[in-house]
Design a protein. Sequence first.
Length: 246
Amino acid sequence: MSGHSHFATIKRAKELKDSQKGKIFSKHARSISMAVKAGGGTDPTANYKLRMAIEAARADNLPKENIERAISKASTEASNLEEYVYEGYGPFGVSFLIEATTDNKNRTAQEIKNIFERGGGSMAGPGSVSFNFESIGMIKVKKSESPETQLLDLIDLGIDDYEEVGDELILYVPFDKTAQLKDAISSKGYSVVSTQLIKKAKTFLDITEIGKAKKIFDLIKKMEEQDDVQNVYTNVNVSGELLATL
């Protein structure tokens, strides 16, 4: 367990007003379309990436009809889109790994570069920070009324990397076992809040000053708001106490 939570912080940074939900829905629809394009077909039981994209969309309350529409239109809507990863440094040396989907690589790269520079950071070349990130699964589970029994059950399933955040447990699991473990957790009667494939930093940079934290999270928010950006990952780490002041 840890007194710090990187992903809880990012979740807070990503919380948007109702007027901005359309942008979140659009990003999920694009992610679903790209999962179909990547191969595996339109059946989520056979297409692992699609299943995970749908799980993430449901966690943000993307309507069922939107999901079905994204799948049915994948062959045409995703035909000109490609996935790219951009790397850079934010204020105070924080590493940024940015996943984007775009039909114009140069335009997107320039916009991301501009956001970095306006936020006190800089773009970096391929491999500059990606070596410090690994692909894993993240499963959020509601704490049960018997937390000790719940933790023992999770350990029995092979899950030993987790954080307690409020009334949830954030579980970090092997990338290729995410769906399997999600089903196993549900079968034990525990409430799964969301399932997502993510990039998690191997080592984190602790930030303890509110002014520094605010500047970093302002940059994260600006990156998230860029239309082509799908996901933003960093190695920033702050305490729950500091998080509550932001």
